[in-house]
Each structure stands twice: as structure tokens, then as C-alpha cells.
Design a protein around this ligand. Structure first.
Ligand SMILES: N[C@@H](CCC(=O)N[C@@H](CSS)C(=O)NCC(=O)O)C(=O)O
Ligand SMILES: [Fe+2]
Length: 255
């Protein structure tokens, strides 16, 4: 049943201090059952997420991954065990197991909101950026223009003043540069961008800020390639354990 509410979007940003991962809960408050999605849950935080889902009274439809994570285990498989209505979602290009495999530009609806899956490969071959739209914005509000995105969940393609590394999981710096410029920097300047990680205590940015101030992606492609080539980063501690698990929704057995 549809209801009138001041801001129909319920939005929560959650943080895992071990892996510096952000998980996002979104729901449509215009519907009595509050249909919801959870983006990039972490396995060790699933009880926290379930508690919040219960407290807020939302009905979780989808557990979504932006990509096959290398640094932590996804919580989507455990969520499916706890909540039978939940379907796991990832890109087809990831090659990972899930209930729903997204092709580029496919949409995931929860209530009147939907997330469009923009292909943003480069950090991994199957990275998606989920762009949030309201299919039925109410008239007379700041967000009333139909089809104006409000926010986007960039995974590791774009980090605040940074970007995902490109030295494993079919990483490719040239592809990443093209992805971000074609599918993220073309969003309206005021679109809020939420990454999968932040290592410096920052929580949100905008398209305008990143086009101007991102020390890697605001540069020319040649400069970007050279920056990425020079990055000297340690391999994620959990990579050998996390990658095979995340190819199976984060759980050891079949879901
Ligand atoms: N030290 C951490 C891993 C840190 C890391 O490699 N982060 C990734 C995103 S998770 S795949 C990354 O792309 N970072 C880019 C950057 O510039 O920070 C660990 O051991 O888990
Ligand atoms: Fe990653």
C-alpha cells in the first residue's frame, strides 16, 4: 500500500572497522512493508545488519555486491540463510554465483526506487556502479525532476579522492579510467557518491568534487596510467581466502 512521507528514502551508511568497508541500507518508505536493498554487506557484520533491518522494520529484497571483493568476505550468502526472501545480486561479468546476474544497465527495483547497474570495470572485470533513481518522484520537491539520480554506489571503481587498485582480478587502469569518465563523471555534478571503502574517515563525495579534486582520476589518461603503475600496495591480507569464497556468495557450500 502506497503512503505519503516527507522523504521516501530510508538510507543508512554502515562501517566495518576491520576492512574499512561501507555497507548501505536503502528502503522505500512509501510502502508499508518498506522494501529494501543492502549493498556490499560484510560477513562479520551480518548480525549488526539483521538487527538494524529488524529495528527499522524494512523488508530486505536484495543483498547486492558491487564486485567480487578481495579484502573481506561478502555477507550476502549468510543473509540469504537468515532471511529466506533475500536474493543475492552481482554482475554477470563477475563470474560469481548469485541468484541474479546483472547485465549492464539492468535495474533492480525496491518500491518506486531502482538501482541501475552501470558497468565500471577496471578494478575488477565485473565491477558495477549502482545509480539510484526514483521512478515516481513527487512534484514540487528538489528531487522532483524525473530520472534525476540522487546518489551512486561506486564500489571500488571510485574511492573518495582515489580509486580501486588495478593490480589483480583482471585489473586494468586504462579500462578503469574510461569507466569512471564514461559512467560516473557524466552523472549530474551534485550526485552523491558513496564508495565501498574509505581509509581516511571520509563518508561521501560528489561528482563535481571528484572531477575537480580526485588526485588520480582528474588527471589525463596518460598521467593516470603512470600514477597507477607506480602504486606500491601490499596485497590484501585476506585475498586468498576471500576471493574463492566470494565467487560463491561468501559461503563455503552451495546457496
Ligand atoms: N590493506 C587492506 C587492503 C587495502 C586495499 O588494497 N584496498 C583496495 C580496495 S579493497 S579490494 C584498493 O583498491 N585500494 C586502493 C587505494 O588506493 O587504497 C587489506 O589488507 O585488506
Ligand atoms: Fe575491491
Amino acid at each position: 500500500m502506497a503512503m505519503k512521507v516527507r522523504d521516501p528514502l530510508l538510507f543508512r551508511q554502515l562501517f566495518d572497522r576491520e576492512s574499512y568497508t561501507y555497507t548501505y541500507l536503502l528502503a522505500d518508505l512509501r510502502f508499508e512493508d518498506k522494501p529494501a536493498v543492502l549493498i556490499d554487506p560484510v560477513d562479520t557484520q551480518v548480525q549488526r545488519d539483521l538487527k538494524l533491518i529488524n529495528e527499522l522494520g524494512v523488508h530486505l529484497l536484495y543483498g547486492m555486491n558491487t564486485h567480487v571483493h578481495a579484502d573481506h568476505v561478502t555477507g550476502t550468502g549468510l543473509l540469504k540463510r537468515e532471511l529466506s526472501t533475500v536474493q543475492s545480486v552481482i554482475s554477470k561479468a563477475s563470474g560469481a554465483k548469485a541468484d541474479i546476474h546483472l547485465e549492464p544497465y539492468e535495474k533492480i527495483y525496491f518500491g518506486n526506487f531502482y538501482l541501475e547497474a552501470r558497468p565500471t570495470p577496471g578494478h575488477t572485470a565485473g565491477c558495477l556502479t549502482y545509480v539510484l533513481y526514483d521512478s515516481k518522484p513527487s512534484n514540487g520537491t528538489a528531487t522532483a525532476t524525473p530520472q534525476e539520480p540522487r546518489m551512486a554506489f561506486t564500489g571500488d571503481a571510485l574511492l573518495i579522492r582515489g580509486c580501486g587498485r588495478t593490480d589483480f582480478q583482471q585489473g586494468n587502469a586504462e579500462v578503469l579510467y574510461e569507466s569512471v569518465h564514461k559512467h560516473i563523471f557524466t552523472l549530474p555534478d551534485d550526485t552523491l557518491l558513496y564508495p565501498a571503502h574509505d581509509y581516511h574517515g571520509r563518508s561521501v563525495t560528489t561528482v563535481e568534487e571528484e572531477k575537480k579534486w580526485n588526485p588520480r582520476l582528474s588527471k589525463s589518461k596518460e598521467e593516470f596510467l603512470s600514477i597507477m603503475k607506480e602504486l606500491k600496495m601490499d596485497y590484501p591480507k585476506l585475498i586468498d581466502f576471500a576471493l574463492p569464497r566470494n565467487m560463491r556468495c561468501g559461503v563455503p557450500d552451495e546457496q
